[in-house]
Design a protein around this ligand. Structure first.
Ligand SMILES: [Zn+2]
Length: 484
């Protein structure tokens, strides 16, 4: 198993000089040719509303009115100027939240020069298209950096249709090559947290190489500064995992964080129950991220798992090339580690069962953007895996809507279909409570009050696929330092 940060490589930690020039006087990049952020009014009629509010039944045959980006009423008056969307035999659910992503952004591949920003540019609309096409309207970026602030501004200004973005930058330990902001003492750890707060972050990600005192200091200082903590269980806690569960360690980013603690020995149901107990006792939540290991195992077995993805066409050509020509999971594969990955997948499913039994809140996160895991599409894959692991359809939907909104502290504005909240919504052609795969049956999506119907979504995806195809010969991973 790699012990390096599992990033999308556009987030190579050593390349810190990142910026986006795309705010510079570009034409609004709007694939729908609509005026974004307009105060359009909509009424979805005869729709079955799965609000995801606590203990609330589906409201059948309802009318939902959207005005000024927000839900104005449910079964109230329809304003005269409203555009009618026929919701007959359709279901309305909240927009989905992916709690573990690595979003590509423009980057400097060449090194630090006083006036040089990025050397490799990514079109922000293309980066965001697969999220919105899949109804992913909020993401939690777990390698937050300056380039993501720029993307977030492009979305907020209406130049780009994209999800809301919460950002957690990485604090790590050991030497610089480990990636992230490196701290090896408690006082450096506290200073790093204060710096992140000053830079405008609301969250911190703790990483694998932190020593015990630095880990504890990050979490304590983050709590004092009002930042929430997500992340890994550092390797330093092997043999004493319970000690990592200190107050304010808010969210574990992968089920794999637990299995890494007991690597090189059998993983049993008792282990899963023990981990669930220490997690529950500390009030920590978990993003199981089952898809990550399933995808890694598939790539280790064969690169055909990448080649045959029907969604590969939506991946930037330089990344398609990287996933196929510089794939570490495949390069390091052996029958032994493939067998190990398979045992891990089983253990992670056992963990989900144990967390459920113990009452540990679980959130949906996918490691989207890393090799083989496609932003937006991945969320639906993870929902299916969580159901396979023993969660109900409703529990998985909750784990991708109301609960992550609560963890992020944005539950007053998104996460349920409720009057007064922003219109982040998905209109589905089938009921996801009957079959979780119905979350893929998307008829249209509201992103912050902007309506994208199926035709518009398909047009956005087609445009992206065409551009990627046309640039295939131009962008090669091995040539990344030579662009611009
Ligand atoms: Zn990740």
């Amino acid at each position: 198993m790699t012990n390096k940060p599992r990033t999308n490589l556009f987030s190579v930690f050593t390349l810190i000089l990142i910026s986006s020039s795309s705010l510079a006087a570009e034409q609004p990049n709007n694939p729908t040719n609509k005026v974004l952020g307009s105060n359009q009014t909509f009424a979805i009629t005869h729709v079955n509303v799965i609000s995801m509010e606590k203990d609330k039944e589906t409201i059948n045959n309802a009318t939902v009115v959207i005005q000024d980006k927000k839900i104005l009423n449910i079964n109230g008056e329809i304003p005269a100027n409203a555009e009618i969307i026929d919701g007959k035999n359709k279901w309305l659910i909240p927009g989905l939240i992916d709690m573990h992503v690595h979003t590509n952004a423009s980057i400097n591949f060449k090194g630090n020069q006083p006036t040089q920003g990025a050397t490799f540019f990514m079109d922000t609309q293309y980066v965001m298209t697969t999220y919105v096409a899949n109804g992913v309207t909020t993401v939690f970026e777990l390698d937050g950096r300056v380039a993501h602030f720029a993307q977030r501004n492009e979305i907020a200004s209406g130049q780009v249709i994209g999800p809301r973005m919460a950002l957690a930058p990485v604090i790590n330990g050991g030497d610089q090559s480990n990636g992230g902001r490196i701290v090896n003492t408690a006082s450096d750890a506290r200073q790093a947290v204060r710096s992140l707060k000053a830079e405008g972050y609301n969250f911190v990600k703790v990483y694998s190489h932190l020593n015990v005192e630095s880990f504890e200091a990050v979490i304590d200082e983050a709590s004092k500064q009002g930042l929430k903590v997500v992340g890994h269980i550092p390797d330093a806690f092997k043999g004493k995992t319970a000690q990592a569960f200190v107050p304010h360690f808010g969210l574990v980013a992968h089920a794999e964080e637990y299995s890494k603690q007991i690597r090189n020995r059998n993983m049993t149901a008792q282990d899963a129950e023990y981990f669930a107990e220490i997690t529950k006792n500390n009030g920590t939540w978990v993003t199981p991220n089952l898809l990550a290991l399933v995808s890694i195992a598939n790539q280790a077995r064969s690169l055909d798992s990448i080649r045959t993805m029907d969604t590969l066409k939506y991946v930037h050509p330089i990344l398609q090339d990287k996933w196929l020509t510089s794939n570490q999971y495949h390069k390091n594969a052996s029958p032994e580690n493939i067998a190990y990955f398979e045992r891990l997948i089983d253990f992670h499913k056992a963990l989900v069962k144990a967390f459920k039994k113990a009452g540990v809140p679980m959130l949906v996160g996918t490691d989207a953007g890393t090799s083989g895991i496609l932003t937006g599409f991945s969320l639906h894959d993870e929902l299916a895996l969580l159901v396979e692991a023993g969660m109900t359809n409703e529990e998985t939907l909750m784990a991708a809507t109301r609960l992550p909104a609560e963890w992020l502290g944005i539950e007053d504005t998104v996460g349920t279909v409720s009057v007064g909240k922003y219109a982040d919504l998905i209109l589905l052609n089938a009921n996801p409570l009957d079959d979780i795969s119905n979350t893929r049956a998307i008829d249209g999506v509201f992103v912050n009050g902007t309506w994208l119907d199926k035709d518009q979504i398909d047009a956005m995806l087609l445009k992206l696929a065409k551009w990627n195809e046309s640039m295939k010969d131009h962008y090669k991973w091995s040539n990344r330092k030579n662009y611009n």
